[in-house]
Design a protein around this ligand. Structure first.
Ligand code: AGP
Length: 607
């Protein structure tokens, strides 16, 4: 997730761009850059690091230009660096582009343009755009943009500036957000309103396929065919703080709602019609076929994703998997061999315990595959192979979209390994591909039922003990649900494999004690029903999470929250959503600081 700001009007553009990008830093802070037109040419200033680096470089330069585009980057393709920073320009220096999203077919476009002699400077997907414009421009910038965009596959919010036509900025939107800010004798573009609230509260919210041509005097909106369109002017009532959260009360709620997009982006360019492509994983098919064992090491929520990963990899790829807390791994003298694969999972990519486990694995000589959300993080730099979860910055301490994209990445990896090893047949693969593509839409349907969860949350919020139970993959999801609840609401929440209840934990179930029973796994459903009845027999209060259509469970549980049905391998991605909401609303009801819970940090860089 990146941030775009653009300006055209009567002010000096550079200060407007810098201030706007500062307000978008929560969208990404790997690098930043601005472009304007000076003496008939594109002029760029861009650098790795926070926007303050660029601000320092332009301070006092008093650049007169009244038009410009700016970008703040959360890296996806190409590590954070000066040269990978946006805006990107073409060989001739006449076109500058700022982009938020993922161009899935950038590799083939890049090869085609290189064939035609274009020289690329960066490793980014975005850089294909200015070179496409250079190739297509014949005196009509808008027409060239329309042709270029027609070649793109993937998601994009674009701001395009050209020294050939410096009196306009062209914007296009597909899947990544973009708004047009409307001023008097000036107009703006921004990834969200936070960046421009100081100048205007009247915006057009662009929709997929919309193109906007903004000048100092006006805005022309057209559809992808170039036909004029009308959009309602939206008057923004939010204050800047609320605007930064996209109108949500907390970053956690915003990030829960970002999961459909995050899942789409994480699949983008990887989930092909009938196979998985993991560009940053270079393990040979021979090595994959010979893999004797996989170790997964991580902490907290990432560890819980690893627990689900164990089920999924063993089921789909038939490779034995051990999952370890990173903080325990190197102290138990693990029976790790050089031919084993170690998967390291870390949202931040900086967790000290996880880094220490990674280095222990490297000492043994094992291959390291990192699943991380931060391009260029310590974990990414030291791993042999990487799968990035393209979830965008996760600000709230409680991890949500990172978890679901981590599980998705593990499912894609298991699918990839399974197809290489021949442990999945064509029908099973077909079913998995179909199910994964459906996930974002299914998550959306769960997000629409947040109010139902809030009702349940308000009923249990004053309890001091809550238990989560599940079997098979639901046990992995239960662990994550318990962590979410305890870390942001401070009540005691514990997860158990449901079959373990009778071996001790059942002694804790008394009248009214809430038990969240995850009952989505058909193969162990009858056993789960027995566990629910065990709890009910001790007068526990059972809140079941079950698949849509399962009317039976309502005869046993006090409350039921239904989720769409999906394949076993992907089920934790859906099951966890109501548990995220439950934690969020219980935390609210208990007056806790949802985004910054006591005693905790977003990235634990100490052991
Ligand atoms: C999860 O909500 C917590 N923020 C915490 O358990 C976190 O998952 C853990 O510290 C690991 O962080 P990482 O994924 O950045 O390594």
């Amino acid at each position: 997730m990146c941030g775009i700001v653009s300006y055209i009007g009567h002010r000096k553009a550079v200060p407007v761009l810098i201030e706007g990008l500062e307000k978008l830093e929560y969208r990404g802070y790997d690098s930043a850059g601005i472009a304007t037109v000076l003496d008939g040419r594109i002029w760029c200033e861009k650098a790795v690091g926070r926007i303050s680096v660029v601000a320092g470089r332009v301070e006092g330069k008093n650049i007169p230009s009244a038009v410009g585009i700016g970008h703040i980057r959360w890296a996806t393709h190409g590590r954070p660096s000066d040269i990978n920073s946006h805006p990107h320009t073409d060989c001739s220096g006449r076109f500058a582009v700022a982009h938020n999203g993922i161009i899935e077919n950038f590799a083939e476009l890049k090869a085609e343009l290189q064939e035609k002699g274009h020289e690329f400077k960066s490793q980014t997907d975005t850089e294909v755009l200015p070179h496409l414009l250079e190739e297509l421009y014949q005196g009509d910038l808008v027409g060239a943009v329309r042709q270029a965009v027609a070649r793109l596959e993937g998601s994009y919010a674009l701001a395009i500036l050209s020294s050939e036509e410096p009196d306009k900025i062209v914007a296009v939107r597909k899947d990544s957000p973009l708004v047009v800010g409307l001023g008097q004798g000036e107009n703006f573009l921004a990834s969200d309103v936070t960046a421009i609230l100081e100048y205007t509260r009247d915006v057009y919210i662009l929709e997929n396929g919309d193109m906007a041509v903004i000048t100092a005097d006006g805005v022309q909106l057209t559809d992808r065919e170039g036909l004029p369109i009308q959009r309602e002017i939206f008057h923004v009532e939010w204050d800047p703080v609320r605007a930064e959260k996209g109108g949500y009360d907390h970053f956690m709620l915003k990030e829960i709602h970002e999961q459909p997009r995050a899942l789409c982006d994480t699949m983008a360019g990887r989930l092909k019609t009938d196979h998985v492509e993991l560009a940053e994983v270079s393990i040979s098919p021979e090595t994959i076929k010979a893999l004797p064992k996989i170790f997964i090491v991580a902490c907290g929520t990432s560890y819980h994703a690893g627990m689900v990963g164990k089920y999924v990899i063993e089921k789909l790829a038939r490779i034995p998997v051990e999952v370890d807390f990173a903080s325990e791994f190197r102290y138990r003298d693990p029976m790790l061999k050089p031919e084993d694969l170690v998967i390291v999972i870390s949202q931040s990519g900086e967790t000290a315990d996880t880094m220490a486990a990674l280095r222990e694995a490297k000492r043994v000589g094992s291959r390291i595959l990192a699943i991380t959300n931060v391009v260029g993080s310590s974990v990414a730099r030291e791993a042999d192979d990487i799968i990035y979860t393209w979830a965008g910055p996760e600000i709230s301490v409680a991890s949500t979209k990172a978890y679901t994209t981590q599980v998705l990445s593990l499912v894609m990896l298991a699918l990839y390994f399974g197809q290489v090893r021949g442990t999945i047949n064509h029908e099973e693969a077909e079913e998995l591909f179909t199910a994964l593509r459906l996930l974002p839409e299914q998550v959306e349907t769960i997000l629409e039922q947040a109010t139902a969860i809030k009702t349940i949350a308000d009923k249990i919020a004053q309890n001091e003990h809550v238990f989560f139970i599940g079997r098979s993959i639901d046990h992995g999801a239960a662990l994550e649900g318990a962590l979410k609840l305890k870390e942001i609401s401070y009540l005691h929440a514990e997860a158990y494999a449901a079959g373990e209840l009778k071996h001790g934990p059942l002694a804790l179930i008394t009248n009214g004690v809430p038990v969240i029973a995850l009952a989505t796994q058909d193969d162990v459903y009858d056993k789960m029903l027995s566990n629910i009845q065990e709890v009910k027999a001790r007068e526990g209060y059972v809140i079941a999470v079950a698949n849509e259509g399962n009317e039976d469970v309502a005869n046993f549980a006090d409350e039921v929250f239904y989720i769409p049905r999906t394949v076993k391998a992907a089920s934790a991605i859906l099951t966890v959503i109501p548990l995220q909401f439950l934690a969020y609303y219980v935390s609210l009801a208990r007056g806790c600081d949802v985004d910054k819970p006591r005693n905790l940090a977003k990235s634990v860089t100490v052991e």
